[in-house]
Design a protein around this ligand. Structure first.
Ligand code: HEC
Ligand code: HEC
Ligand code: HEC
Ligand code: HEC
Ligand code: HEC
Ligand code: HEC
Length: 406
């Protein structure tokens, strides 16, 4: 029997649960810390005790209070100028080498970096993201590759939950009014909710406010789908925008055979492949072709501490979920299955349509890569008992709406 009170409790619990999740995600995230560290700090710092350009950062959270570290990373020169003794001693010890300031990172992000450094020091911690346990460990990776993305999603979920709560409560209020029995009264407790609902279903359907509300909701949903569809008619296939620096894949990935994941660091372990930060370019270009005007643009970006404004080529609408590691690492696909021969392109071009039909079509045709993946052994065995065709992606849920849509 469902009473109004119980409904309220259920809805509130759900909202609180999601709130708790949001708070958890807001806390330190060593995976995000790893990302920031590798892209920014690793050029000058080790996570162990060995000196590189700057001191090894092992144990830094014990050496220094966290507030100090945050201030330092935001602006080392300001801390030195403030007369802080520790900072000045360190600065002199490192022959007045100047650390790059990072005013753009939030306190939480810097704490994540420290959490990552601490995790590296802890003995025998399993490497993050080493072996994917199975098909569906997407969420942590998403957080790692896409900063606050997960938070936005959770906040959006929270909003939806609140709306649902309001809707539920108003429906229950309407229902109990229609039932014209006090829902908390004894009589109501004894008549099953569904029975009352059935008795009053007709009255409810006749209720004008309810009708209008339902019609409005349906119109909105159809409207959104239509707009999305209009934007989605393959306009982007062949899209090859001009980039702020004339970076050539043909030269780097083709002629010099630099691995894709040297620059696209997330492609085997995360949701997003990542477009490299200027620091990765600097690994080579602080020595190679310094005089080239195109390379000078990299230096300028570093000096101003502004990311290079690469123009995004591939971009799925937010309603669709795509995960690289699921396809490259678990699925064993190659980049060219979806992107074409990037290593022959002077300028990157979108070769596939990226429509829903494209995803589905491949899921229908492609066999699951079960080799060396114990997770699939049982599935394959069961499948092969009563099928002649090998196990396809569609047989493991590759056509389910919810796998690709939140
Ligand atoms: C260009 C090189 C360089 C980069 C990049 C760099 N640092 Fe430093 N860092 C230094 C140097 C050099 C020192 C030593 C103090 C000095 O000379 O200013 C230092 C000192 C520190 C200290 C104090 C260490 C201690 O033992 O007390 C912390 C903490 C620190 N850096 C964190 C970071 C973090 C976090 C990043 C990345 C977001 C980073 N650094 C990026 C060069 C760098
Ligand atoms: C030296 C670094 C580097 C290497 C190696 C590299 N890339 Fe890139 N990649 C970039 C940069 C920088 C961009 C953004 C500028 C552009 O689009 O050209 C990019 C863009 C891309 C894009 C388009 C991103 C978007 O916005 O949709 C794809 C796809 C891509 N790379 C695939 C590959 C593949 C596949 C390989 C290996 C064959 C590879 N890359 C190797 C640096 C690299
Ligand atoms: C692993 C080393 C390596 C990395 C990393 C790297 N490059 Fe290069 N890059 C090269 C080499 C080698 C050349 C060819 C130099 C020559 O022609 O003498 C080159 C050439 C270039 C040129 C052509 C310069 C000219 O005027 O001829 C541009 C532009 C360039 N790189 C941009 C980038 C950017 C942007 C990044 C970071 C996304 C990057 N590179 C990362 C090795 C690298
Ligand atoms: C199964 C198809 C598929 C494969 C295989 C694949 N990609 Fe992608 N890639 C995509 C899609 C779809 C997007 C657009 C993702 C989005 O917008 O969320 C994308 C986007 C990208 C981007 C833009 C940045 C980002 O993360 O969204 C880069 C860079 C990239 N891919 C590189 C690679 C490299 C390198 C490989 C091979 C190691 C590879 N991809 C393999 C489908 C694929
Ligand atoms: C070139 C073929 C190919 C294309 C194109 C492709 N996929 Fe996949 N996809 C696969 C394979 C293979 C797997 C199975 C990976 C595994 O073993 O878990 C997979 C698995 C998935 C899964 C997990 C399914 C499950 O039940 O575990 C999702 C979600 C997914 N793909 C989304 C997409 C989306 C979204 C697109 C289009 C933007 C897309 N895929 C395009 C080949 C493809
Ligand atoms: C394998 C992944 C995948 C599966 C499964 C999937 N979708 Fe999609 N869907 C997508 C992608 C990717 C897009 C974005 C396509 C674009 O921008 O053209 C999309 C777009 C949409 C749209 C927006 C309209 C449009 O065509 O652009 C709707 C509505 C939709 N899907 C509903 C569904 C429903 C309902 C199901 C289950 C029957 C489903 N999808 C299953 C990947 C998938």
């Amino acid at each position: 029997m469902i009473t109004m009170k119980r409904l309220k409790i259920v809805a509130l619990t759900a909202v609180l649960g999601i709130l708790a999740l949001v708070v958890r995600v807001n806390a330190q995230d060593p995976a995000e810390g790893e990302q920031i560290f590798k892209n920014n700090c690793a050029a000058c710092h080790n996570t162990n005790a060995e000196t590189l350009v700057g001191p090894g950062l092992q144990g830094v959270s014990q050496r220094r209070p966290i507030d100090w570290i945050v201030k330092w990373v935001h602006n080392p020169q300001a801390v030195i100028a403030s007369g802080d003794k520790y900072a000045n001693d360190l600065y002199n010890k490192f022959n007045k080498a100047q650390m790059t300031p990072y005013p753009g990172y939030s306190e939480a992000q810097i704490k994540s970096v420290v959490a990552y450094i601490d995790a590296q020091a802890a003995p025998a911690t399993p490497q993050a993201g080493a072996a994917p346990a199975g098909g569906t460990q997407a969420a942590p990776a998403a957080g790692a590759s896409n900063g606050g993305m997960m938070e936005y999603i959770l906040v959006a979920l929270l909003l939806v939950m609140v709306l649902v709560l309001v809707a539920l409560l108003s429906i229950v209020t309407t229902l109990s009014k229609l039932a014209s029995v006090d829902p908390e009264s004894e009589a109501a407790q004894n008549v099953p909710f569904l029975q009352r609902l059935a008795e009053n279903g007709k009255k409810l359907a006749g209720n004008n406010a309810f009708k209008t509300g339902a019609a409005l909701l349906i119109t909105l949903l159809i409207g959104k789908a239509t707009i999305d569809a209009a934007y989605g008619v393959g306009i982007h296939q062949g899209y090859a925008p001009e980039q702020p620096i004339q970076f050539s894949h043909k030269l780097h990935a083709g002629q010099y055979q630099i691995n894709c994941n040297y620059c696209h660091t997330g492609v085997y372990k995360g949701k997003g492949a990542n477009v490299p930060s200027a620091n990765i370019c600097m690994n080579c270009h602080n020595a190679i072709k310094r005089e080239s005007p195109e390379i000078q643009k990299i230096y300028r970006a570093i000096e101003k501490d502004e990311p290079i404004q690469w123009v995004r080529v591939h971009n799925l609408p937010d309603l669709a979920y795509f995960n690289h590691s699921q396809h490259t690492n678990v699925g064993g696909l190659e980049c060219k299955n979806c992107h074409g021969e990037i290593e022959k392109m002077e300028v990157v071009e979108q070769r596939s349509s990226l429509t829903m039909g494209w995803c589905i079509d491949c899921h229908r045709k492609t066999d699951v890569n079960a080799k060396g993946n114990a997770y699939y052994d049982k599935l394959v065995e069961i499948h092969n008992k009563d099928h002649k065709e090998p196990l396809k992606v569609q047989n493991i849920g590759g056509l389910e709406c919810s796998k690709c849509h939140y």
